[in-house]
Design a protein around this ligand. Structure first.
Ligand code: ADP
Length: 411
C-alpha cells in the first residue's frame, strides 16, 4: 500500500479517532481538510486543503495532489466527505463504492426512491420544494408523518407532524433552518427540498457493519432503549449487544444487506438505522460511513483494535484481522442539548465517572459557547461511555451517570 488520503472536515467529531488509528498503521496517510494547514509547507504530501462544499473543485485539487503524491485509496469519514471520496476515487480509477451508490445513501429522497423499488418495507414519501405552500402540501400527505431536509444529519431538522397545523409549523421551521448560511452551504443543491415520509412506528436499532465485495459483516447491533416518537428525534442511548431475539437480529442483518445491495454499496463501513414493527424491518436510513460522534470509542475488535483502525486497514488493503467485538456489553449516551442559550457548566462529571461500569464522560462543548437543541442544533454536549457484562447493566449505568450530571445553560 502506498498512500491513503483521509478526508477529515474540520468540524467532524471523527478526526481524533481516525488520526490516532492512522498513526498506529504502517501506511502513508495524507489528510485532506477544509482548513489550510499551517504547517503544510513543512510536511509536503501530508496535508491537502479542500473545499468540501464544492466537490467538483475538491476533486480537481485531489487529482492535482495525486500527480505529485500518488494515491492508492481515499477514505471519507462522515456524510460530508464520503461522497467526495467516492467522486475522487472514481476519477482516479481507485476501487471504492460507486459515486451513484454513495449519492443514493447521502440524499434521503434518492435513498427512499431506490428502496421503494425493492421488496423491502418502505414508507410512502413525497418530496416538496421549500417554495411550496405548506398548507397545500399538508393536504397531500398522511398523518402521522415525518418531515426532513434531505441531506443534513444527526436528526437535524427531522420533525414529526400529527396534524396539518403541526405540518405547516414543521415545514416553516425546516425552511428557516435550510436558509441559514452554514446550513445552506452544507445542504448545497438540496437546500431547497423537504422530504415527507409516513411515520414508521416501532423500536429502533442501529447496525454498524463493514462491506467487503458486497458481503456484509455485522460489527455491532445497538438497541436504542429510549423511545423515539418525536416530534424531535434526539439520539441518546446506544447499547450493544442487542437484546432482541436472534430471528429479529437476523432479519435486521438481512434487511441491511439488501438495502446496501439495492443502493449499490459494496465496500467499507455502513451505518444503518432501522425500525421494527409487525409489518417487518424498515430502513430509516443507511449511510456509507461509520457511526458518528465519539460513539465508536466503546467498540473494540479482535485483539483490541478500534473501529477506525479496522476501517483504515480495509481501505488500505491490509488484512483487517478478526472482526468480533470484544469486551462484553457496551453503550454510549449522547448528551443532548436541553435548551438554547450559553453553556455555563456541566457539573457532576466526576460523580458520573464513579458509577460502576462508566469508563469515561467527555464534554465536547467548552463553557461559554452558544448551544441550541434539536431540531435546529447539530451538536451534543458530550458523551458517556460504559461497559459491563450485560446490556441491562450498561443501560442502568448510563442512566445513573446522566442523572448525576447538572447542565447549566443561561439565556
Ligand atoms: P439523520 O440522517 O439526520 O439522522 P434520519 O432520516 O435518520 O435523519 O432521521 C433521524 C431520526 O428520526 C431517526 O433515527 C428516527 O428515529 C426518526 N425518523 C426519521 N424518519 C422517520 C420515519 N419515517 N418514521 C419514524 N421515525 C423516523
Amino acid at each position: 500500500m502506498g498512500r491513503l488520503l483521509l478526508l477529515l472536515p474540520t468540524e467532524t467529531y471523527r478526526a481524533h479517532d481516525f488520526m490516532e488509528a492512522a498513526g498506529a498503521l504502517d501506511v502513508d496517510v495524507a489528510v485532506g481538510s477544509d482548513r489550510p494547514q499551517a504547517l503544510a509547507d513543512l510536511t509536503p504530501g501530508k496535508t491537502l486543503a479542500l473545499s468540501f462544499p464544492t466537490p467538483d473543485a475538491a476533486v480537481r485539487d485531489i487529482l492535482a495532489f495525486a500527480e505529485t503524491y500518488p494515491l492508492d485509496a481515499i477514505l471519507g469519514v462522515d456524510d460530508d466527505s464520503v461522497l467526495l471520496a467516492a467522486m475522487a476515487s472514481e476519477a482516479l480509477g481507485l476501487s471504492h463504492n460507486s459515486t451513484a451508490s454513495v449519492r443514493a445513501s447521502r440524499y434521503k429522497h434518492v435513498m427512499r426512491q431506490m428502496l421503494a423499488d425493492t421488496g423491502l418495507p418502505s414508507p410512502r414519501f413525497r418530496l416538496f420544494s421549500i417554495q411550496d405552500d405548506p398548507a397545500a402540501a399538508a393536504r397531500s400527505v398522511r398523518f402521522p408523518c415525518v418531515l426532513k431536509p434531505v441531506s443534513l444529519s444527526a436528526s437535524r431538522g427531522v420533525i414529526r407532524a400529527d396534524s396539518p397545523d403541526a405540518f405547516t409549523g414543521a415545514f416553516r421551521r425546516i425552511v428557516a433552518l435550510l436558509s441559514r448560511p452554514g446550513v445552506a452551504t452544507r445542504a448545497g443543491e438540496t437546500a431547497d427540498r423537504v422530504l415527507v415520509e409516513d411515520y414508521i412506528p416501532g423500536e429502533e436499532v442501529v447496525l454498524e457493519g463493514l462491506l467487503a465485495g458486497g458481503a456484509l459483516t455485522v460489527l455491532a447491533l445497538f438497541d436504542k432503549p429510549d423511545p423515539l416518537e418525536g416530534p424531535y428525534f434526539e439520539e441518546t442511548l446506544y447499547v450493544t449487544p442487542s437484546r432482541l431475539p436472534a430471528d429479529r437480529q437476523a432479519a435486521i442483518r438481512n434487511t441491511t444487506g439488501e438495502a446496501a445491495r439495492a443502493l449499490g454499496l459494496r465496500e467499507g463501513p455502513v451505518h444503518a438505522e432501522l425500525r421494527l414493527n409487525d409489518a417487518g424491518v424498515w430502513i430509516v436510513e443507511i449511510a456509507a460511513r461509520s457511526i458518528g460522534g465519539l460513539c465508536s470509542r466503546i467498540l473494540r475488535f479482535g485483539a483490541g483494535i478500534s473501529l477506525e483502525e479496522l476501517i483504515l486497514r480495509q481501505a488500505a488493503g491490509l488484512h483487517p484481522g478478526p472482526m468480533q467485538r470484544v469486551e462484553g456489553a457496551a453503550g454510549v449516551m449522547m448528551l443532548p442539548v436541553p435548551k438554547q442559550g450559553v453553556l455555563r457548566s456541566v457539573r457532576g462529571t466526576d460523580a458520573a465517572k464513579q458509577v460502576a461500569g462508566i469508563r469515561d464522560v467527555v464534554i465536547t462543548i467548552p463553557p461559554g459557547q452558544e448551544v441550541e437543541p434539536l431540531p435546529e442544533g447539530s451538536r451534543y454536549l458530550g458523551f458517556v461511555f460504559a461497559h459491563a457484562d450485560r446490556p441491562e447493566e450498561v443501560e442502568a449505568a448510563l442512566r445513573e451517570a446522566y442523572r448525576r450530571l447538572a447542565v447549566t445553560i443561561e439565556p
